[in-house]
Design a protein around this ligand. Sequence first.
Ligand SMILES: N[C@@H](CCC(=O)N[C@@H](CS)C(=O)NCC(=O)O)C(=O)O
Length: 206
Amino acid sequence: MPTLYYAVGACSLAPHIVLEWIGAPYEAIKVQYGSKELLSVNPAGAVPTLREDDGWLLTQCGAILEYLAAKHPEAGLAGGDGARAEAETHRWSAFFTSDVHASFWPIFMPFRYTTDDSKSARQAVVDAGHKLAAKQFDVLNRHLDGRDYILDGGRSVIDAYSFPMMRWAIKLLPGGLTEYPNVQALHDRIADDPAVQKVLAREGAR
Ligand SMILES: N[C@@H](CCC(=O)N[C@@H](CS)C(=O)NCC(=O)O)C(=O)O
């Protein structure tokens, strides 16, 4: 049975949702950043980390999501078949890892992006993060025009990947998702899913 190490409301929410969608047995362990338990499975001290019964450890959210989709083809969460569908999955996985997630780092942890510890310098970093995140949600909003899900093959691991980030946007961006109605609609579609509500309740995520 796979074990997922997660932190409340973090990007690890995505594989947590996917494990629930798949419906096979799994264990989910809540960890604190910087804890010995987390460092013992991921020297980067980051979530998510997935451990299989034979001890194999997989880190990086996008890799975990694509692995789970490939391991459980019966769940139909890969976003479609064929070389182009696979490339689209990699493309959007990279978008969430490198473009969207990265735009939140200056907002969550401005001190990592400036050696000036004045309030105004830190606020400038947060503001830059807001701008960068807005650009990424605009890209996603345009892509979602006329679509229910991100990939052509229907609901996929990539929609799960978008979910924690849409939640961060609602809480942390000055206008939330109001300027991105297609993104808000995707958020609401996923949030309405009973499996997603179950995971949010288990995590105690607000
Ligand atoms: N590129 C990694 C980033 C993982 C990551 O940074 N996760 C955050 C939570 S959303 C974390 O664990 N942060 C703790 C830290 O950076 O100290 C991935 O996609 O898995």
